[in-house]
Design a binder for this molecule. Structure first.
Ligand SMILES: Nc1ncnc2c1ncn2[C@@H]1O[C@H](COP(=O)(O)OP(=O)(O)OP(=O)(O)O)[C@@H](O)[C@H]1O
Ligand SMILES: [Mg+2]
Length: 140
């Protein structure tokens, strides 16, 4: 993604259950604006919901937020959503991306499932320094 433009995006704070609705609505709106098909819109919204849910569950009380923006590369357009928090971080990112891995006694499908729903998913995290997850869905 060398030469790219981004258009002014939306920033949403993620601190409560009610914010999840705003997250979903924002992802839907930007996906629609980028011209993604209905199925792809829903995939991005579903992936983003999982990431926002993880912030509520695992980065409780931290300044969680989402930035959604249009990405315009040379020959394609898409939506990029960046979820960040300053919570405890993820100790082993590879493990966290594995089906069935959960430190919360849950299904452990949120991150790997999200990865399958989008075109790109990037995690940067370290214990004590928060977590940032970037997802991109391109218009096809
Ligand atoms: N924002 C985050 N901050 C800290 N740890 C996280 C964060 N997001 C995910 N994790 C860690 O990664 C693990 C895997 O996340 P994933 O969403 O795949 O599974 P889960 O949330 O445990 O279960 P499920 O999403 O299926 O209900 C979590 O159990 C947690 O340990
Ligand atoms: Mg999860």
């Amino acid at each position: 993604m060398a030469a790219e433009l981004t258009e002014a995006g939306i920033v949403v704070g993620i601190a409560s259950e009610a914010d999840l609705i705003v997250v979903r609505r924002s992802l839907r709106a930007e996906s629609e604006r980028a011209g993604l098909g209905l199925v792809d819109q829903t995939k991005l919204v579903t992936a983003g919901s999982e990431l926002a849910r993880n912030i509520l569950n695992y980065a409780t009380g931290s300044r969680g937020r989402l930035r959604v923006e249009q990405v315009i590369a040379r020959d394609r357009r898409g939506v990029r959503a960046t979820f960040s928090d300053d919570g405890p971080g993820i100790e082993d990112v590879e493990a966290a991306l594995t089906d069935g891995f959960s430190t919360g006694g849950s299904l452990g499908l949120g991150l790997p499932g999200s990865r399958r729903l989008v075109d790109e998913l990037l995690i940067s995290s370290a214990p004590g320094s928060g977590t940032t997850v970037v997802i991109v869905k391109w218009k096809r």
